[in-house]
Design a protein. Structure first.
Length: 122
């Protein structure tokens, strides 16, 4: 993978909650997805993913920061307080994603996908 999740900050506060990602080399974020892991009432892992974020086609450079904020906002480029290149993405949600004990961040890269339109049976 060309990027890596570094941490999640301010879990449970949708106005401040953010997933911090670092670019390990120059790359395009197209095909990367982040999603949470949910649990069944018995505590076992569910295959239901309530929160999925698909990154747009967006160029980043090695060591850039990528911030995925839960709150509403506009995607943009900028700088961190230390002057490092930063890319700010917004999930545009009004409630926190990382709000349960045991939550896990999944970052995957879908290099290719095959889409098949399923015909209606009605």
């Amino acid at each position: 993978m060309d990027v890596k999740v570094a941490e999640v900050r301010a879990q449970g506060d949708e106005t401040k909650e953010v997933v911090v990602i670092r670019a390990l080399k120059d790359c395009n974020l197209k095909g990367y997805m982040i999603f949470d892991e949910t649990f069944k009432t018995d505590g076992s892992t569910s295959n239901v993913h309530r929160h999925v974020f698909i990154f747009p086609s967006w160029e980043v450079k090695k060591n850039d920061y990528i911030f995925l904020r839960t709150r509403v906002g506009t995607n943009r480029k900028g700088k961190t307080e230390q002057g490092t290149n930063a890319h700010y993405f917004h999930w545009n949600l009004n409630s926190p994603v990382w709000n349960e004990k045991g939550d896990k961040v999944h970052l995957i890269n879908v290099e290719s996908a095959i889409i098949l339109k399923v015909p209606s049976i009605v």
